[in-house]
Design a protein around this ligand. Sequence first.
Ligand code: ATP
Ligand code: MG
Length: 312
Amino acid sequence: MFKKSPEWNLIIKYLARDKRGRYILDININDYKVPVQKEFKFKDYPHQVSTQENETELRDEVIPELVDLLQDLHLKLFAEEKDGIMVVLQAMDAAGKDEAISYIFSNLNAQGLKTTSFGQPSEEEEKHDYLWRLHRGKPERGEISLLNRSYYEDVIVTRVHDLLGEEHKDQIKDDTDLWKLRYRQINDHERYLEENGFHTIKFFFNMSKDAQRDRLLERMKDPKKNWEFSFNDVKERQHWDDYQEIFQDMINETSTSWAPWYVLPADNPWYARAVITKVMIEALEKINPQFPEFTAEEKAELDKYIEQLENE
Ligand code: ATP
Ligand code: MG
């Protein structure tokens, strides 16, 4: 049984069922959406919102139903070939990006889905502007494109480790804040995409430092999980505070009406995945994709062929 806690109402809410006995996930996605007007502070966004018992229920009952709904909407998006969706996933290591891809998005029609990972830039990528390598990760019309890390790395890791080459610095006038400049460029670019029918949805996995410790230890100790571990993850952890400060600044500056950030309570992985699924469903409902319909002429021809086949 759940103890009464500040999350009690939330638990009650998402265990509610509709008349047909299906779970209703009454998550208000606006609780996780970073508003444009108000200054973003991590302290206003929880790392976790529920108890462990609930996670099982979410995994086995709620998410499968939501994923079904998402599948239907995605199929229409794919069939209509009008809009595209670009999903940005950003986080510290072990926060759950990969699992969100496996447990939610991998259930979608593979033809209308693609994933692009953004690791350290190659030599060729280094020679270009920082958005250059995004182009292969952009969705086609009808597609959902997942970015496992993204161009946001160029205002995060680049800033934490001061990785910007001198040639870039030379371009910047003394009184220009380079990061503000990049935020503006990123916002402009996302708006350009939006205006062309490509919607950007951004998820930040807000995991606590303690949760990361536990997850890294699990990866280090469990031979079946060793492959997920990289020594670099532990090194990056030493810069935790710098990362948090920069994430906060970045989210504050780049959550826009056309490309908002959602800050997920990532210590509850299944709850976070439920929020993602709900955000995706609502975004697709807003796009409202439709299966293409036959014209009257095509319909007449179709009827002719149906009759022909039926009389074979
Ligand atoms: P992940 O950590 O995303 O789950 P991974 O560890 O398998 O996946 P890698 O190929 O190791 O992926 O790449 C991720 C690393 O690349 C991260 O440490 C990230 O900060 C770094 N990275 C990404 N973009 C850049 C960039 N523009 N400049 C420098 N480093 C970058
Ligand atoms: Mg890694």
